[in-house]
Design a protein around this ligand. Structure first.
Ligand SMILES: Nc1ncnc2c1ncn2[C@@H]1O[C@H](COP(=O)(O)OP(=O)(O)OP(=O)(O)O)[C@@H](O)[C@H]1O
Ligand SMILES: [Mg+2]
Length: 258
């Protein structure tokens, strides 16, 4: 099985990763090399471990009691599970956007300025600049520029999700993790987020979990298909959907299960 795709430089190197929730073996010997500045999609039936693997990439799994991992994950050559890694710094470098938009109950401005302030930026001029650039990058600026003091909770679901993306990129991450980031959104907002992801991939490495195979096919450069905590196939997206190597991939994408 091919686990390395090298059209761009590798950034994330997952090696023989096993993850246990108590006695339950949720990820089994996962080895993957994820290239930088591209979109990698994780697909597979419910419960196959997509979110679990995504969470290991910024150590969100640290917060789940009873979780144990073996193996290694290096990002940009740094082993993220070594004892001297500062998890806050890691999460600044590896941002995350969730299924339900989760803006803070604060103003639009304060949502985006939150991370930079946390990391010590106090100058109003500098914060203004970061907020504006981040909202522009998230293609939300034009819709909110006159209402920066309005509560983020007054925005529509799709706007809230773009705000969450702006909040994630305001701290200048390398990697953006998206866990079914469009599944709570209407089709037009979904399309906007997909277009946004396409634009952002020139600057960030994006890993997205999606239940929607059409979305993976439309948006991603490479796709990983998981089953029961294992990688079944990792290929260029076009190849995986048109000419899969493994019969189980074929069965899944043709809708025979999942
Ligand atoms: N906190 C937890 N404690 C115990 N088991 C868990 C926990 N989180 C997930 N699991 C189990 O690990 C397996 C993988 O779950 P995960 O959430 O990663 O799947 P998924 O592929 O993201 O599924 P979905 O498509 O439904 O979101 C499932 O069997 C799930 O029940
Ligand atoms: Mg999930």
């Amino acid at each position: 099985m091919q686990t390395t795709l090298l059209q761009t430089k590798p950034l994330i190197d997952i090696n023989k990763l096993n993850l246990y929730y108590g006695a339950f073996h949720a990820l089994k010997d996962v080895s993957l090399t994820i290239p930088e500045k591209a979109i990698t999609a994780f697909i597979g039936p419910s419960g196959c471990g997509k979110s679990t693997l995504l969470r290991t990439l910024n150590r969100m799994n640290d917060m789940i009691p009873g979780t144990r991992i073996e193996g290694s994950i290096a990002i940009g050559g740094t082993e993220i599970y070594s004892n001297d890694v500062d998890v806050e710094t890691l999460r600044k470098k590896v941002g995350m956007v969730f299924q339900q938009p989760n803006p803070f109950p604060k103003s639009i401005y304060d949502n985006v300025a939150y991370g930079p302030r946390l990391h010590g930026i106090t100058s109003k001029k500098q914060l203004d600049e970061i907020v504006e650039t981040s909202l522009k990058s998230a293609v939300l600026w034009d819709e909110v520029k006159d209402y920066m003091k309005r509560s983020a909770l007054s925005l529509s679901g799709g706007q809230q999700q773009r705000l969450c993306i702006a909040r994630a990129i305001a701290v200048n991450p390398d990697v953006l993790l998206m866990d079914e980031a469009t599944s709570a959104l209407d089709p037009i907002s979904t399309l906007k987020i997909e277009e946004l992801a396409q634009e952002l991939k020139d600057r960030y490495t994006i890993v997205m979990v999606t239940h929607n195979m059409h979305q993976a096919a439309r948006v991603s450069n490479q796709t990983v298909f998981f089953l029961n905590g294992e990688v079944v196939e990792f290929s260029e997206t076009e190849k995986l959907f048109s000419n899969p190597t493994d019969q189980r991939t074929e069965d899944y994408i043709s809708g025979r299960f999942g």
